[in-house]
Design a protein around this ligand. Structure first.
Ligand code: PHE
Length: 445
């Protein structure tokens, strides 16, 4: 059987497609608003550059050398304790868990693409009412679009690496970049642009409490798709002899620049036409449409384009969140691709219904514990706990378990003099840094 592999550009676009997602355009701006801007952005940026980039190389390496699903790759590469190490691969489950709310949010976006064609809310109050109406009482609209998202994602996965995953990324990623650049260039011409720059980059350290710190680090993992096996699974289909370091660099670079461009653009629109940086998940669904309203018909066009770009970003990430478990069932249980894709799709579709219900009046009371809804819990457990933990395991695995000679052989040609510093970083600095994050997480610090 001929094994399908990504082309070089296909791999970079697919990995970048995984990284650039709702995390960049929906989540990053609103958590930046929530945690006060500048200082939060700096912690996120530092984590991305120092920790994220190093772990990205490590995760790609495991996939590239292992060539299989995440569980088998860990198992195969571990020189001893194979049965124990294979559990590192079960992190792939986190992807399906994330999909439970991710697919629902993609559904909201589909809904907004359609409604923005002819309607925009006249002010923030109205926008809030519209959004809450959908969120809290319109179960069927949410179910309909969540199902649509399930169909597109599952269909893409059934087509496989080349005709499914590579293809959707080759089309949607450039489209996304064109739309965002166009809107960004427009935002440069607005008076409010410098205000947005200031909000995002002027650090007010007093706003950075330990929760903000944990969220910023967690977000760095989430936005780079790290710690879960998405990048690992894609890397298993990389061409032999690929430059892992260069690919990792491009993914980090594209992901970070798109987050910053999207953030600057959104905050500019919000300062110029709206009420400034709003907080919470409603930011792009509430404050932004109200700001677009002020722009007249151009606002409708912008709104539709913006939500299209957001949908593109979300879909390419969603595919990568589901693929690791699809690959797992294909490799370990000899499922056909179609069967594995449909089964995994049905999993997140089914539990996604509970994510919807956890916001609906009348049912949400039953899906709410300890100050968070089912929806929020899944987000919190995956992004703040599972992904950093997964990244930690990968760093330890590449730093201590894999034979150094293998790591060196695969990376030294590309990292050159930077190999030893990178290796040192992975072995000593990252574990300590992650430990501090975990202490923070447990509220010890
Ligand atoms: N990186 C994606 C985003 O920013 C989400 C994601 C997380 C995808 C983990 C794959 C793995 O939206």
């Amino acid at each position: 059987m001929k094994i399908a592999r990504f082309s070089r550009i296909g791999f970079i676009l697919a990995a970048a497609g995984s990284a650039v997602g709702l995390g960049n355009i929906w989540k990053f701006p609103y958590i930046t608003g929530e945690y006060g801007g500048g200082a939060f952005v700096l912690v996120y940026l530092l984590t991305v550059l120092l920790v994220g980039f190093s772990i990205m190389i490590a995760e790609m390496l495991i996939g590239y050398l292992g060539r299989k699903d995440t569980v088998s790759s860990f198992e195969e590469l571990a020189p001893t304790y194979k049965d124990l190490w294979k559990f590192g691969g079960f992190q792939a489950m986190a992807g399906l868990l994330i999909m439970i709310f991710y697919s629902v949010v993609i559904g909201w976006i589909f809904n907004y693409i359609i409604t923005s064609l002819e309607y925009l809310p006249a002010n923030v109050k109205e926008a809030e009412t519209t959004f809450n109406l959908m969120l809290q009482s319109d179960f069927f609209t949410q179910l309909f679009y969540h199902t649509l998202s399930f169909v597109i994602i599952t269909y893409t996965l059934t087509k496989g690496i080349k005709a499914g995953i590579e293809k959707i990324n080759l089309v949607l990623m450039p489209a996304l970049m064109i739309i965002l650049s166009g809107m960004f260039i427009y935002s440069l011409s607005l008076d409010a642009f410098p205000k947005a720059v200031e909000f995002m980059f002027a650090a007010d350290w007093s706003k950075l409490n330990s929760e903000a710190f944990v969220i910023a680090v967690g977000h760095a993992f989430f936005t780079l798709s790290l710690g879960m096996g998405a990048i690992m699974t894609y890397a298993a289909s990389m061409e032999k002899g690929s430059n892992i370091v260069k690919s990792a660099f491009w993914v980090v670079f594209l992901d970070t620049s798109i987050a910053i461009v999207a953030g600057l653009m959104l905050f500019t629109f919000l300062y110029q036409y709206g009420s400034g940086p709003a907080k919470g998940p409603g930011l792009v669904f509430i404050s932004l449409p109200a700001a677009f309203y002020e722009m007249g018909i151009l606002g409708n066009i912008f709104a539709v384009l913006f939500f299209l770009a957001l949908a593109f970003a979300g879909l390419t990430s969603a595919v990568s969140l589901t693929e690791p478990m699809v690959q797992y069932f294909m490799d370990r249980f000899a499922f056909s691709r179609v069967k594995a894709s449909v089964l995994m799709g049905l999993f997140f579709w089914f539990f996604g219904i509970f994510a919807i219900l956890s916001n609906i009046d009348g049912t949400k009371e039953y899906l709410f514990w300890g100050g968070k809804s089912f929806f929020d819990w899944i987000d919190y457990i995956t992004a703040a706990i599972m992904l950093p933990a997964g990244g930690f395991i990968m760093a330890i695995f590449v730093g201590y378990v894999l034979e150094k000679s293998r790591v060196e052989a695969a990376l030294k040609p590309f990292l050159k003099w930077a190999f030893e510093p990178w290796y040192f970083f992975l072995r000593y600095i990252i574990p300590i840094a992650m430990f501090v994050v975990m202490l923070n997480l447990m509220g010890v610090l």
